[in-house]
Structures are given as structure tokens and as C-alpha cells.
Design a protein around this ligand. Sequence first.
Ligand code: DOR
Ligand code: ZN
Length: 336
Amino acid sequence: MLSLQSPLDMHLHLREQDMLRTVAPLTAKSFAAAVVMPNLLQPVNSLDKVRAYCSAIKGAISTACEDVVFTPWMTLFFRNYSRAELIAARPEIIGVKLYPAGITTQSEAGVRDFDAIAATVALLEELDIPLLVHGESSGFVMDREAEFLQVYADLIRNFPRLRLVMEHISTAAALEFLDKHEQMAATVTLHHLMLTLDDMAGGLLQPHLFCKPIAKTPRDRDALRRAVLAGHPRLIFGSDSAPHPRHTKECCGCAAGIFSAPVALPMLAQIFDQAGRLEALQAFVRDNGLRFYGITPPDKTVCLQRKPWRVPENYGPVRPFLAGEELQWQLVDAEV
Ligand code: DOR
Ligand code: ZN
């Protein structure tokens, strides 16, 4: 038996309406809190929208499971905000999420000109609001994350007190960069600890393994795995669980995103266990995030047992990561 104190998913997509009602309870079963991404069809780019989305999430979860402990930590979609807007929003958000325009799902309203963001970034630094970044350039797809490191370098030089999160890192280059810059942290997904480009495109194309940033080389994957298992103090678990209905994945023009919420904790337990590093899991799924963000999660104990189960083929309209596969650890009391 493994019991985790207040496990956290520090990068999560919950969507809206029926999809929200399908996926949010699955995260609430495993995690005490999660950082919720703002890339809805209409981006979450005002305090009113933050409030409306936060109550929709809470409503979806409490309808499905009455007494569950779960806090959505909200983010604002980056745009040029005024000081008054950020001061008002600060108590109700955990950070501001920046997407380069068009780089991934529903990011068209993102940043087009990185020379035009300085005033808002300066406010984030001054108000000590973390900046969460989808760090990809628009270059060759395998090089995008490495190319974007220059943008981080400029941000760090210009804003040395800004709390900066590199989201879902997928390369050894990003890890090396992280090690040089104490003011940064990085989230790491489950899928980037497991996959390389080969898994997605090396044989028959696997649309359910297509995500942004795409999975990279074995060297990149292994570097991430080594650093996470070694207990790197500024690597934080963020699933980037990103549900899309099957018909938008199994088609021409497949949407980017891997839906990992229901398998995230069991599969992490399996990876850490197989490496003989179960004792390092608590820091990855809670402590490292808390230290960086300086927040307190709700109290919740989540138990897993070593007992095989088979991952369902579908959750509503979505096919989960590892569908049909047998996992070695399962949530205690999980309805599977
Ligand atoms: O694969 C991804 N899916 N990467 C992202 O950055 C966004 C996400 C989504 O919202 O579907
Ligand atoms: Zn994401």
C-alpha cells in the first residue's frame, strides 16, 4: 500500500460542459488540487471568466461525487493586463499562462509579439504572480522547445525575480537550462516520461499519443526520467491531461492532447516502484510544487495498492492514455 498526501496535478485541461463533467471527477478522485489551464474556446482572460469557470468546475465535481476534496487552482490566459486587473485577480489565481499564438490547441489568442509583453511581465514580477509558459517556437517541430529557451533567457535577464514555470518539458536541453536558473521550475508529464517520437509515428500512426510538445528522442525521455526519479527539487508533476473526443483524434487533422487523468497516479507509482524510487514520488506530486508556488493544498490522503487492473478503452467520448493496458498499481476504491 502506498499513501500519498495531497497529490497535485500542476498542469491540467478540464474543458467545459459535457467534457468537463466527464473528466473533472476523474482528476478529483486522484488529486487534492490541480492547476487548471485557461485555453477554452473563449480564453479565460478576465476575472469574471475565472470565477465562472471555477464554479463550473466545482459544480461538475460536486454533482458527480458529493464529498470529494478537490481545489481547482485557476489561471488567467496571458494578454496585456493592467495593474488593477492583476491586483484584483491575484487572490483568485495561481498564475498566468502564456501561449505563443497558434502553437497548440485553442491558443490563437496567444502572444504574437514577444517584444510587446514586457509591461505585463513586469507587473507579474512586481506582484509575484507566477508566469506559466508553453515554451515552443514556431520552428521545426523537434527543435521548438530548444529554440524557445532563448525567450526564457531573455525573460530571466529582464525579470530576475519573476517566478517562471516551463510547462511540460520534453527535452534534455530544457532540463540543462532549468539547472542553470534557480528562479524557474518545470512541470513534467507522465507521457513525456514514457514516450518517444517512435511511439507516436515510428510504426502505424498513433493519434492518441500525439501531443504538443511532441515526444522527442530516447535521450530526452531518459534524461527526464532520470532527473525526476533522482528527486530533482524543481521538477513538478503536471499531467497536461488534455481530453479530445475520439472523432477529433481519429481523423485527418488530429487534435494534440493525451488524456492521462485516470492513469496518471497509478502509472507514476508503477514507474517509481520499478525504479526502486517509490519514496521520491511524494516530492514529485506535491512537495516540489508547493515549495515553488508557496501554496497550501487541501488535506487529502490518496491510497494506491499493488493490484493489476486494465485501463478502460473509453471514458465517455475520450480514449485514455494506456487504454486496454494492464497497470500494476491502482487507486484504492477506484471504480474502474
Ligand atoms: O497536447 C496538448 N494539448 N498540448 C497543449 O499544449 C494543449 C493541449 C490541449 O489543450 O489539448
Ligand atoms: Zn497543457
